[in-house]
Design a binder for this molecule. Sequence first.
Ligand SMILES: *Cc1c(COP(=O)(O)O)cnc(C)c1O
Length: 387
Amino acid sequence: MKIPFNKPYQSPKALEYIKDAMDRGHISGNGHYGQKCQKFFEERYQVDKCLLTSSCTDALEMAAILLEIQPGEEVIMPSFTFVSTANAFVLRGAKIRFVDSRADHPGMDESQIEALINEKTKAIVAVHYAGVPCDMDLIMALAAKYNLFIVEDAAQAIESEFKGKQLGSIAHLGCISFHETKNIQCGEGGMLMINDQRFLDRAEVIWNKGTDKAKFLQGEVSKYQWKDLGSSFQLSEVNAAILWSQLEEMEEIGKKRKGIWDQYFDIFCRRDLKESHSYFELVRNSMDSNSNFRIQPLEFRGNSHMFYLVFESEKERKAYSEALSEQGIMAVFHYQSLHKSDFSKQQFPEEFKRELPNADKYSRGLLRLPFFLELDKVNKEWGKNDL
Ligand SMILES: *Cc1c(COP(=O)(O)O)cnc(C)c1O
């Protein structure tokens, strides 16, 4: 038996919607399905404007253009994050200042942000790791106090909330990913959420490759022309059709993921197993095979995006992932602290020299277990199918 780390869910309607998109004769961006998806999110999350992009990386790059980052200006973000969070701003000449992770969670330690703010600071990127919300009250208060912009990297955070508000819809701009490893996915895809009216017009221009095509399509101008910076950011209708098939099932998918998270939590924290001879039993037995594993307590569910364990040492992580691998189970580690990367050493040597012990702890010790809807099937059809 082989259990991969991820197996993208395929909605039964996906192929029908792709065919429909093709039959409509419009498979580039901003068509029938793309507009349906955008409207869905605008209504559900009460957002002024949602724009589908071909990745969350693109949405972050659009955010950096919208904020008019100037070379030498500083952007604050966690060190324990994906490279795109940083690259989007570095492409505009920003200097990145890195914040450590929390002791109890890989997300950013909000209490360390204020010490990094100076006259060059332009923005803070709040990364909601594993869909667990950053303290947005605290971060938005810093924005007001120092006149900064806040971007939410809610790549992993779809359907997760902070005090009743959807993540990505709270700060000035929010970015979501529909990459195949995320809860709701269309292969490659993303979305920019524009929560501040000031950015609305310019966002559409940037999204339309730097032209006022949106105004032209609405009949407000007779021809469209070059107005601003822009690039090819739109999501193809083929991907939007796949995305729509998943949005129709979004609540069901969310419930199933919650069930998987609960089963993992049960075996590691409650030492309780509902079904024997299941995948989850294998995962637990692999753990019991070595009684020396020291694991940080598990506390945060977020949106059931991932289930991870944090080992005290890299050696323990490796031992457990090898024990799983012997059973055919693929567990994977995650980010390596950005401040300690080769690129940071070259570009931001002062940041490279800083000590951010928690970010390094998660780089060394965090292990993500397989997480996809068909893990349920592994229970019922034990040994019959290789996934
Ligand atoms: C996945 C991810 C991204 C990038 O998303 P893409 O859609 O693959 O570009 C950015 N930031 C975080 C935190 C992510 O998890």
